[in-house]
Design a protein around this ligand. Structure first.
Ligand SMILES: [Zn+2]
Length: 266
């Protein structure tokens, strides 16, 4: 969590004389930042940790932090969280560039227009809402928010996976050739449709449409919709290119992402 007080008390006009009133636009920005602060505080109330820490290790035995135990001490009220080796287990699917993405490292003050997207992803991560569907041009931080939601859940030892749509479809296509399993594609679809797992599905619409891809994605997302499974989708594609069956089901979670491309400005 970002406890840096500058994050929330940043004054865009620090050198103006006493009694000077900031323009309404700045006041709106300040109030928006206060709102984000409340949300981030609430994000601490993610689903509760399991009552008992298992005796056997759940972490990576070669991890130098937890030596395979899987838990680490923290300064917050819980006092314990899943170790980094558990959070970043390859099964989480987090892309290397976004392994350290969290809600507090999302620089909302650089683009307040992304506040609704931050709110929506936080709501799914904390369990107060089931769906968020972020759409808009690339470079606004959508992938960062998806990764942050996955990390936040995994720190609480809740299952969460990040999947880039084209990678997911490639995995399903590869499963067709798996002769060791009965219905290998169905099993992979079941994995991604699991109602207890938060799924962050990145870049919907970037794939080449085919019957196989459209039906596979629909089977996953329809099952998730029917069980109100926590699901966050992002898309850069024009909305009319998204399967209308998916569009209509996740309409309640739509968030339009706006602003300018922030990549390369750091
Ligand atoms: Zn560890």
């Amino acid at each position: 969590m970002n406890d840096d007080p500058r994050f929330l008390t940043h004054d865009p006009f620090p050198y103006m004389p006493d009694g000077w009133e900031p323009p309404a636009r700045v006041e709106r920005a300040r109030s928006s930042m206060r709102h984000v602060s409340t949300l981030l505080t609430e994000a601490r109330t993610l689903p509760p940790l399991p009552a008992e820490v298992p005796e056997r290790g759940i972490g990576d035995p070669s991890c130098s932090t937890c030596r395979g135990f899987g838990w680490v001490r923290t300064q917050d009220a819980e006092g314990v969280a899943a170790c980094r080796c558990v959070v970043l287990d390859p099964a989480a699917g987090l892309p290397p560039r976004f392994r350290d993405a969290t809600f507090t490292t999302f620089e909302i003050t650089r683009n307040l227009a992304m506040e609704p997207a931050l709110n929506a992803t936080l709501a799914v991560a904390t369990g107060t809402s089931s769906f968020a569907f972020l759409f808009g041009p690339p470079g606004l931080g959508k992938t960062h928010l998806l990764a942050a939601a996955v990390r936040a859940r995994r720190e609480r030892r809740c299952t969460a996976i990040f999947a880039e749509v084209t990678e997911l479809l490639a995995e399903l296509r590869a499963a067709i050739r798996d002769d060791d399993m009965v219905d290998p594609v169905g099993q992979r679809i079941g994995h991604y449709a699991d109602a207890d797992t938060l799924l962050a599905l990145d870049d919907l619409g970037a794939h080449n449409p085919s019957n196989f891809s459209e039906e596979s994605l629909y089977r996953i997302l329809n099952r998730r919709y029917n069980s109100s499974a926590p699901t966050i989708i992002s898309s850069n594609a024009p909305l009319e290119l998204i399967d209308p069956r998916i569009r209509s089901r996740f309409r309640a979670g739509f968030v339009l992402c706006k602003g300018r491309d922030l990549r390369g400005e750091v």
